[in-house]
Ligand binder design. Structure first.
Ligand code: ATP
Length: 346
């Protein structure tokens, strides 16, 4: 279903995060300086859809997730759940927000407490979110249901285990089950498979995709692996140096990338047909050149110092989003007035 046919569950508009720089020794030079980690990001997440947020290390992807999860305060912009503004604060409304919007981290080993069993982690999550039931039997049913959803069956085989007794994939499944204990509407999955063995990445992505369908979840899938976005996500957004530069249907964005940065990203990820292969599991960031300083980001388009098509105006004017096709937009002056990129481009 096209995103415009459904209402957004979670939306961000003008989302901005600047981290003040507190550098010793160079304070005088740096007074008032900030890392422009996220600037003016707009996105919307829809029920039953996966949106991939793709970009190099340091482009601001995790910061977007933390801002959406309300783990960090934003410098500017708005976050809306079902159209209602949300702001970081404690209390009942905040707890309800945390139930609805759950974050899954890259490293399941770090996110699970090594001294506690699977039973403890899941029971605690069920209790915190008020879904543990009233009787011991209802609790057992809820635990069995959670482990069944992440395909760790039979449940008795896993409940007494400690994190170190599980494989990486099993640990990430427990972390996913713990997120599901909140009965969320939105899952923010920050590089959920990048720490896993390449042979099991696909299994965890398939699980997330099935859960998205069964539970009508809105999923934000954060990754530096653009080929996996094609496979797993309905929509793909490309982030560069704190800004979104391209977005649209995953198939279109990954097969006919419009922004020069997206093209570079795809060209630098060898063998896109082999999802999860070790060969293209990591971007070869050497091929991409150096990302800019986020303390003094380039004026105009932040990609212009690395862009093979940079024009005069790219160095001074920030490009807005231009429609490239009904299925894709790009923040690039090559598409001014909707005109296609000059002939001869790849
Ligand atoms: N708490 C912080 N204080 C200062 N700077 C920060 C903080 N958190 C992130 N940053 C900076 O913000 C920028 C974006 O970081 P972020 O972690 O969001 O990028 P990312 O795309 O998720 O990268 P990765 O894939 O490596 O996690 C980076 O330059 C980072 O150093």
């Amino acid at each position: 279903m096209a995103p415009e046919q459904t209402t957004a569950v979670l939306e961000a508009e003008g989302l901005t995060k600047h981290f003040p720089v507190r550098g010793a020794g160079r304070d005088v030079l740096r007074r008032g300086a900030a890392v422009h980690a996220v600037d003016d990001v707009a996105l919307s997440l829809h029920r039953g859809r996966v949106t991939a947020l793709v970009g190099e290390s340091g482009s601001g992807k995790s910061t977007v997730a933390r801002l959406l999860a309300q783990l960090q305060t934003r410098t500017g912009g708005a976050v809306r759940l079902h159209g209602k503004d949300v702001t970081v604060h404690g209390g009942r409304r905040f707890r309800a927000y945390c139930r609805s919007v759950q974050l899954i981290f890259q490293d399941p080993f770090a996110s699970l407490n090594p001294v506690h069993t699977v039973r403890y982690h899941l029971t605690r999550a069920l209790r915190v979110h008020g879904h543990a039931g009233r009787t011991a039997r209802e609790l057992e049913e809820a635990l069995t249901d959670l482990l069944g959803r992440v395909r760790l069956t039979p449940a008795e085989q896993y409940l007494a285990k400690f994190p170190h007794e599980l494989s990486g994939g099993q640990r990430q499944r427990v972390a996913i089950a713990r997120a599901l204990a909140a009965r969320p509407e939105v899952l923010l999955a920050d590089e959920p498979v990048s720490m896993l063995d390449v042979s099991i990445r696909l299994g965890v992505l398939n699980l997330l995709r099935d859960l998205k369908e069964q539970l009508s979840l809105a999923v934000l899938y954060i990754t530096h692996d653009i080929a996996s976005a094609r496979y797993f996500a309905d929509e793909t957004l490309v982030m560069y140096a704190g800004r979104l530069v391209e977005g649209g249907e995953s198939e279109t964005v990954t097969q006919s990338p419009a922004h020069p940065y997206t093209r570079l990203l795809i060209d630098s990820a060898p063998d896109p047909e082999r999802i999860g292969s070790a060969q293209r599991a990591e971007l070869d960031e050497d091929d991409l050149g150096e990302p800019p300083s986020l303390v003094t980001p380039p004026a105009g388009c932040r990609f212009h110092p690395r862009c093979p098509h940079a024009m005069e105006r790219c160095t001074t004017e920030l490009p807005p989003r231009f429609e490239v096709s009904g299925k894709q937009w790009a923040a690039c002056w090559l598409y001014d007035n909707g005109s296609p990129a000059p002939a001869g481009e790849s």
